[in-house]
Design a binder for this molecule. Structure first.
Ligand code: FAD
Length: 461
C-alpha cells in the first residue's frame, strides 16, 4: 500500500504523484495541516485552501474512500502513518517553495530509518525547471527553450478500486474571513474553466487588458482561475492541453486569441524556474546592483497605498479590488506594484508581503517573481521600467468603468477629470470631489526621482 501526500495539489484528476501512487498499488490519501507553514500565507487563502481540502475529502468519500486529515509536522505524522498502515512508498509532488522543500527533506530523512521511501513527481509545472538552463536574460529566451520541451497530457484520476476503503471523521474547520470567497475545490475549478473555454478563450488576447469588461461582463474577460491554480485545484496539464487543442481547432483571429492563454502559462513557469534556481527569490534582489538601492521608509505613503487612497484613481481601484476580493486584475496589479516600488520608492518586499496577506491566489513563485520584475530588480530586460499610472488608465480604462466600480466617490466626476485627477490643480479637485484623496506624490517628480535613484543604484550616475 502507498500513501499519497496531498499538499498544494487538492485534486484527484491530473495529479502526477497520485496517478503514480495508484499505478503502483492501493492508495491511502492524506493531507497534513501544518500550522507553521500555513501561517506564512494570508488568512483568506488559508480559508480558501481549507475549503478545498473539504471538497477533496468529499470527492474521496463519494468513491468509498476518504482523505485522512492530520494536524502537525509531516516529519512526525508520516512515519507514524507508514508504521500504522504498513506503507511501502510515500508519493507526493515536487513543490518549490523553500519551506516545502525542507519539509519534504525532513520526511525523507525520517523515512530513511524505515523500509518505506519517498517518491516525488513533477506536477506543478509543465516543464521541470531542472531540464532547462539555470538562467535566462529575458522571457523570450526562456520561452524559446521551454517551448521545445514536449509536454504530456493530463493524468486520469485513479480508479476507485485503487483507493483504500477507510472512513476518517477528522477535518479542519474553515475559518471565517473578512471577504466572501469563491467556491473552492476541483469541481468549482472545472466549472470556471469550462465557462472560460466556452467563450472568453477565443477573445482572450483582445480582452485580457479590458478593465471595463472585467467588471461589467467577467465572462468575456480573464479566466480568474488563479486561486484554483495556486491551490492546485486544477492541474496545469489540463489547462495547457485543452486550451492548446482548442486554439489548434480554430484559425485566424480566434486562434491568435486562444493561443495567448497557454502562452501566459509560460510566465508562471518562468517564475517557478526562477524560484527553483534562486530559493531566496522572496528576500534578495535577483539583480545585483553595484550601488545599494536607497528605498524610502514612509509609513504614511505605504498606508495610503494599502488603503487605496493615493489620489491615483487606477492605483486606488486596484488596491481596493485587492482588499475587497482577495484578487486583483493583472493590469492594475502591475500598475500598483510599479507605483509602490517606483513612484513611492518603497521596497518591493513590503508590497509583496502585503499581497501575500490579501490575495487568495497568492503563489510564492509568481508573486515574488512578478514583484521583482516590476521593481526592476528581477528578470525584466529593460533596466528601469516605470508604469505611468495616468496613461495606463487612459489606455486601459478610458471610460473609467473599472475605477468608478471600486472608487465610488468618483462616480459623478467626468471621465476626463478622473483620468487626469493627479495633474488637476487642488482647487479643481476640491470642487469636483472633496471626498477623494489628493495625490500623495507628484506624477512627474515621482517618475524622475525613481529614474535617478535606480540609475544611481545601477552605477549610471
Ligand atoms: P489569466 O489572464 O486568466 O491567466 C491565466 C493564468 O496564467 C493565471 O491564472 C496564471 O496562472 C498565469 N499567468 C498569467 N500571467 C501571469 C504572470 N505574469 N505571472 C505568472 N502567471 C501568470 N499570479 C498568481 O497566480 N499569484 C500571485 O501571487 C501573483 N502575484 C503577482 C504579483 C504582481 C506584482 C504581478 C504584476 C503579477 C502577479 N501574478 C500572480 C500574475 C498575474 O497577475 C495573475 O496570475 C493573474 O492576474 C491572475 O488572474 P487570472 O487567473 O484571471 O489570469
Amino acid at each position: 500500500m502507498n500513501i499519497f501526500w496531498h499538499r498544494r495539489d487538492l485534486r484527484t484528476v491530473d495529479n502526477a504523484g497520485l496517478s503514480a501512487a495508484s499505478r503502483d498499488g492501493s492508495v491511502l490519501p492524506i493531507y497534513i495541516y501544518d500550522p507553521d507553514l500555513f501561517k506564512k500565507i494570508g488568512a483568506r487563502q488559508q480559508a480558501f485552501w481549507l475549503a478545498g481540502v473539504q471538497a477533496l475529502k468529499t470527492i474521496y468519500q463519494e468513491r468509498d474512500s476518504d482523505l485522512l486529515v492530520r494536524i502537525g509536522s509531516p516529519a512526525d505524522i508520516i512515519p507514524e502513518l507508514v508504521d500504522e498502515y504498513d506503507i511501502e512508498t510515500v508519493y507526493c509532488n515536487s513543490h518549490y517553495r523553500p519551506g516545502r522543500r525542507t519539509r519534504r527533506q525532513h520526511v525523507e530523512r525520517e523515512l530513511a530509518a524505515s523500509d518505506a521511501s519517498l517518491d516525488a513527481r513533477t506536477d506543478h509545472v509543465l516543464v521541470d525547471p531542472g531540464r532547462l538552463d539555470s538562467s535566462y536574460t529575458s522571457h523570450s529566451q526562456f520561452h524559446r527553450d521551454w517551448e521545445t520541451v514536449p509536454k504530456r497530457g493530463p493524468y486520469d484520476a485513479p480508479d476507485a478500486d485503487r483507493l483504500i476503503g477507510i472512513s476518517d471523521g477528522k477535518t479542519i474547520a474553515v475559518p471565517d474571513v473578512d471577504i466572501s470567497l469563491p467556491p473552492a475545490g476541483p469541481e468549482a475549478a472545472a466549472k470556471r474553466f469550462d465557462r472560460f473555454c466556452n467563450q472568453a478563450l477565443f477573445q482572450y488576447n483582445d480582452m485580457r487588458d479590458d478593465l471595463p469588461a472585467a467588471v461589467e461582463n467577467p465572462t468575456t474577460s480573464v479566466s480568474r482561475l488563479s486561486p484554483y491554480i495556486s491551490g492546485g485545484m486544477i492541474g496545469i496539464r489540463s489547462l495547457w492541453n485543452r486550451t492548446q487543442n482548442l486554439a489548434d481547432s480554430v484559425s485566424g483571429r480566434e486562434r491568435r486569441n486562444a493561443e495567448k492563454f497557454p502562452y501566459e502559462l509560460s510566465w508562471r513557469e518562468q517564475n517557478y524556474h526562477l524560484l527553483y534556481y534562486n530559493p531566496d527569490l522572496a528576500v534578495e534582489n535577483y539583480n545585483e546592483f553595484p550601488n545599494q538601492m536607497q528605498w524610502r521608509e514612509d509609513e504614511d505613503d505605504f498606508n495610503a497605498w494599502t488603503a487605496g487612497e493615493t489620489g491615483y484613481p487606477l492605483v486606488d481601484a486596484g488596491m481596493r479590488q485587492l482588499n475587497q476580493e482577495g484578487y486583483i486584475h493583472n493590469r492594475p496589479r502591475q500598475v500598483v506594484a510599479s507605483f509602490l516600488s517606483k513612484h513611492l520608492l518603497i521596497d518591493w518586499r513590503r508590497g509583496a508581503r502585503y499581497f501575500t496577506k490579501q490575495l487568495i491566489d497568492h503563489d510564492y513563485a509568481s508573486n515574488y517573481g512578478n514583484w521583482q520584475w516590476i521593481a526592476s530588480t528581477g528578470t525584466d530586460s529593460v533596466d528601469v521600467r516605470i508604469f505611468d499610472p495616468v496613461s495606463q488608465m487612459a489606455k486601459y480604462d478610458d471610460g473609467a468603468a473599472f475605477v468608478r466600480h471600486y472608487v465610488p466617490e468618483l462616480s459623478d466626476v467626468p471621465t476626463e477629470e478622473i483620468i487626469e485627477w493627479p495633474t488637476l490643480n487642488h482647487g479643481k479637485r476640491n470642487r469636483l470631489c472633496p471626498e477623494y484623496a489628493e495625490p500623495i506624490v507628484d506624477r512627474n517628480n515621482g517618475y524622475e526621482r525613481a529614474q535617478k535613484r535606480f540609475e544611481r543604484a545601477l552605477g549610471k550616475r
